[in-house]
Design a protein around this ligand. Structure first.
Ligand code: CP
Length: 307
């Protein structure tokens, strides 16, 4: 049985197979519309979500399967004190595959340990968000045709942004990737991430001003400041509008630089940027459904990775 807890759970070859499948799903969706008939997906969301939960559910529905679950811990028996370990053992009796989002780092790993069905990590605290990373990578590959040889800028809350940590870790495995980390000093990328880059010899620089990075980026990955992970409101209010990408700033960027964002957006990208052809964040959402369809098919039949 395979789970998806971090992007590292798949080799680069397996990721290529997954992305090829996602491409084919995007081109020929009808071919896959009965592939999960009779199967059930459970979504266990202990934290708010719009995209990830509905994208995973849409993926299962597009494959002809059915979905069940909860979108709020308070409406589940977690409110009575049930542990993730017990909940997943129960859900394993109901469903064929499960996706879990939880505020605690490592919750998906605990779920996988006690599960008898494949588990998808849909975000664990400030740690990882691997299905968003698969979405980001499929978007990059679809827009440019490859996953290597880029300067990738990541901007905003690099401390708490789990999508950032997952994307850095996943893209580090490709040739000639350089990172530019753009954040206020308080929201720097964690040391464990930069330590890993140092160990791998992957170049990165850290800057505080977006204007100092824009002209050399192939992709700019914007993120919101993660209000829910702050310990006090005052710090959040001080930092929340630190970066606002507008048309004026975007004029400093290359004409073929793409802007990505995992969404939800708060203030960090001005709506006037949405019409710029380089704004790819709503296209990203569509790729998210294709790649999650490919992921469900793959976890339900892991042998397909070696076919
Ligand atoms: N990108 C993302 O995780 O969005 P949601 O929080 O809406 O799922």
């Amino acid at each position: 049985m395979r789970h998806l807890l971090t992007p590292q759970d798949f080799t680069t070859e397996e990721l290529n197979t997954l992305f090829d499948l996602a491409d084919d799903i995007g081109k020929h969706p009808d071919t896959y519309s009965h592939a999960m008939e009779g199967k059930k997906l459970a979504t266990l969301f202990y934290e708010p979500s719009t995209r990830t939960r509905l994208s995973i559910e849409t993926a299962m529905l597009n494959l002809g399967g059915r979905t069940m679950g909860f979108a709020d811990a308070q409406s589940s028996s977690a409110a009575k004190g049930e542990t993730v370990a017990d909940t997943i053992r129960v859900i394993s009796c109901f469903a064929d595959i499960a996706a879990i989002r939880h505020p605690k780092e490592g919750a998906a790993m605990v779920a996988a340990r006690y599960s008898s069905i494949p588990v998808i990590n849909a975000g664990d605290g400030g740690h990882q968000h691997p299905t968003q990373t698969l979405t980001d990578m499929l978007t990059i590959r679809s827009l440019k045709g490859r996953l290597d040889n880029y300067v990738i800028g990541l901007c905003g809350d690099l401390k708490f942004g789990r999508t950032v940590h997952s994307l850095i870790s996943a893209m580090s495995r490709y040739e000639n990737i350089r990172f530019v980390f753009i954040s206020p000093p308080e929201l720097r990328v964690p040391d464990y991430v930069t330590d890993a880059l140092n160990d791998l010899g992957i170049p990165y620089e850290e800057v505080t001003r977006l204007e100092d990075a824009l002209d050399r980026l192939d992709f700019l990955y914007m993120t919101r400041v993660q209000k829910e992970r702050f310990f006090n409101e005052e710090d959040y209010v001080r930092l929340k509008d630190y970066y606002i990408l507008d048309r004026n700033k975007l004029s400093l960027a290359k004409s073929d630089m793409y802007i990505l964002h995992p969404l939800p957006r708060v203030n960090e990208i001005a709506p006037e940027v949405d019409d710029d052809p380089r704004a790819a964040y709503f296209r990203q959402v569509k790729y998210g459904v294709y790649v999650r369809m490919a992921l469900i098919l793959t976890l339900m039949d892991p042998a397909s990775l070696n076919a």
